[in-house]
Unconditional design. Structure first.
Length: 115
């Protein structure tokens, strides 16, 4: 079994951390017999993505998962530590909640900041 320590995670670059989160999401879906094609991620980590780096889009009635909180979940991946105050600023950078977070909420989804 492969053992990953916090130090290993700390050494990852932003795009590596995003890929790790994406792979973990794919593993969670595969474990539940759900299509891993429902997980999307990749591209330029610095691209304007509206605040989502890894997205899971499954039908609302999909089986309950363990680490992925909802069938529609968006993960914002940040390598740096983000205290609560920084997270609060990240969600509404211009004062309004990001459109992608609103869309996830409208679909009974979840928005997760992984840092």
């Amino acid at each position: 079994m492969l053992e990953i320590s916090p130090d290993h995670i700390a050494e990852l670059a932003d795009d590596d951390l995003r890929e790790l989160i994406g792979l973990l999401c794919e593993a969670e879906l595969a474990k539940r017999g759900l299509p891993v094609s429902a997980v999307t991620y990749g591209g330029d980590q610095r691209a304007g993505d509206g605040g989502v780096d890894v997205r899971i889009a499954l039908p609302e009635e999909a089986v309950r998962m363990d680490f992925v909180p909802r069938p529609n979940t968006g993960f914002q991946v940040k390598r740096q530590d983000m205290p609560r105050a920084a997270m609060r600023k990240e969600m509404p950078p211009s004062g309004d909640v990001r459109a992608v977070i609103r869309e996830l909420a409208d679909a009974s989804g979840a928005y997760v900041i992984a840092c």
